[in-house]
Design a protein around this ligand. Structure first.
Ligand SMILES: *Cc1c(COP(=O)(O)O)cnc(C)c1O
Length: 400
């Protein structure tokens, strides 16, 4: 990847996505489930650029969406409605209505209260809603607490007993069709055991539902496969698939998998340029033109991203790599060895393809970065840089 040329051609801050890498990861995961009925539903929230969704759609991917906005992105990108899943703990009435009207594959229920609302809205529309229930198997996924979702203390899903009650209510309803079951215990998972245990618990529930003549067709194992940011162990897709399949013996279901980060994180690079260096007493700072409004993960999770400064400097010392935003949390890396820099030296922030641009904002009235894709060595702008006029376009008192 010729980062210097990309930065020269498109400016900084810039997101660059390697579409060939995304395809390799998709194929790798698809291959892992070969011979089984399976469907990959790309988790749109990781990187929701329409070109990215289109890229996966062309490979046959469905989409896991967490708002009606994401459902509409998937549809706009050409994903068939029967491959779209709508998850999330707080769906509004209008979102449920629109999802039902658009006849998506599954609405994923996360509470008994939500089940009642979906039933009511389906009844008003004279429809039958295909639903799944998100089960919270109470498993510690051993990941960062902010992205851990499978413990009872988390807001996601329902416990096994509530899930069972919900399936019985759904079975007896004219407007609900309980065809799926879902769990997602967290993100950036690097250990197989928690996934295996969760899958066992949920597949046991499927067996006990079968006894009640409730036949689950879709076993949705969520996303969460971790990636290498630093030197983490990586779960191999094949081992992942085997671990899940082992828990499903005797059950004939379509496995749905909802990877986000796994497909996109390491396809992405965030390019930014050095503005200044400064030393406060004995603390060295390298200040760049990208900031937390572009890439929030370090500020939000204290997440590690590998950074590299592209210059030939032989001298180096410990420094913080920071952005211009007026927050002490605005950093990319802290206390790392960095070479001596000059104005306009290019900095590459690695593993920026997931939860990067999608979490960006206009904080400090900074326009969002440009996004480009690289596929077969061909570069394409997939979102132009945001201008000042773009940023104020929705505000009212623009005249004098
Ligand atoms: C966030 C999320 C995913 C994707 O998680 P990754 O860690 O990016 O794979 C999948 N399913 C659900 C329900 C989610 O909330």
């Amino acid at each position: 990847m010729n980062f210097k040329k990309l930065a020269d051609d498109y400016g900084t801050p810039l997101y660059v996505y390697n579409f060939d890498y995304m395809k390799d990861r998709f194929d790798e995961l698809k291959e892992a489930f070969r011979g089984r009925k399976s469907m990959i539903c790309y988790a749109v929230k990781a990187n929701s650029n329409i070109s990215v969704i289109k890229h996966f759609a062309k490979m046959g991917s469905g989409c896991d969406c967490v708002s009606i906005g994401e459902v509409n992105r998937a549809l706009r990108a050409g994903v068939s409605s029967y491959k779209i899943i709508f998850s999330g703990v707080g769906k509004r009435d209008d979102e449920i209505k629109e999802a039902l009207e658009k006849d998506i594959l599954l609405i994923n229920l996360e509470s008994e209260a939500e089940l009642k609302r979906v039933e009511m809205i389906a009844k008003e529309l004279n429809l039958t809603a295909r639903i799944s229930v998100r089960v919270n198997p109470n498993i510690d996924p051993m990941t960062h607490p902010y992205i851990s979702t499978g413990l009872h203390e988390s807001k996601f899903g329902v416990d096994i007993d509530s899930a069972k009650r919900m399936y019985i209510v759904a079975k007896n309803s004219n407007n609900l069709d309980p065809v799926g079951i879902h769990f997602h215990i967290g993100s950036q998972l690097t250990e197989l055991n928690p996934i295996k245990e969760a899958s066992e618990i949920v597949s046991d529930l499927v067996r006990s539902l079968k006894v009640l003549d409730i036949n689950i067709k879709f076993f949705d194992i969520g996303g969460g496969i971790g990636v290498k940011y630093d030197n983490e162990e990586r779960i191999k897709p094949y081992d992942y698939a085997q671990a899940i399949l082992k828990t499903l013996s005797g059950l004939d279901m379509t496995i749905i998998c909802e990877p986000g980060r796994f497909l996109t994180a390491n396809s992405g690079y965030f390019l930014t340029k050095v503005l200044y260096e400064k030393v406060n007493v004995d603390k060295r700072f390298v200040i760049v033109d990208g900031a937390m409004n572009d890439l929030l993960r370090p500020a939000l999770y204290n997440a590690y991203h590998k950074v590299e400064i592209l210059n030939d400097s032989k001298e180096s010392s410990i420094a913080n790599l920071v952005g211009p935003v007026c927050e002490s949390g605005d950093f990319f890396a802290k206390d790392i060895e960095l070479p001596k820099t000059s104005h306009n030296d290019l900095v590459v922030v690695y593993s920026a393809g997931a939860y990067g641009f999608t979490m960006s904002s206009n904080y400090n009235t900074r326009g969002r970065a440009c996004e480009v894709s690289v596929e077969n060595e061909k570069v394409r702008v997939i979102r132009r840089r945001e201008s000042f006029e773009d940023m104020i376009a929705l505000e009212t008192d623009l005249g004098d």
